[in-house]
Design a binder for this molecule. Structure first.
Ligand SMILES: [Zn+2]
Length: 63
């Protein structure tokens, strides 16, 4: 996880702001790996947006 932050220089992958959270590009639930290539550094607001989008996708799959 720290490697991903160092690689991205603690910058948000999506908006370029200060990123504190390391998240998966492809969620593990959707088949994403824990490999560094599937990890990105993102900030709080982008993480919220991303989580909402993924939760909505997850709900859509259940319908
Ligand atoms: Zn961001």
């Amino acid at each position: 996880m720290r490697k991903a932050r160092q690689r991205d220089r603690e910058r948000c992958y999506l908006c370029g702001g200060p990123g504190r959270i390391v998240d998966h590009v492809i969620p593990v639930a959707e088949g994403g790996s824990w490999d560094l290539t599937n990890l990105m550094c993102i900030c709080d607001p982008c993480h919220h947006t991303k989580s909402r989008t993924e939760a909505a996708r997850g709900r859509a799959r259940h319908l």
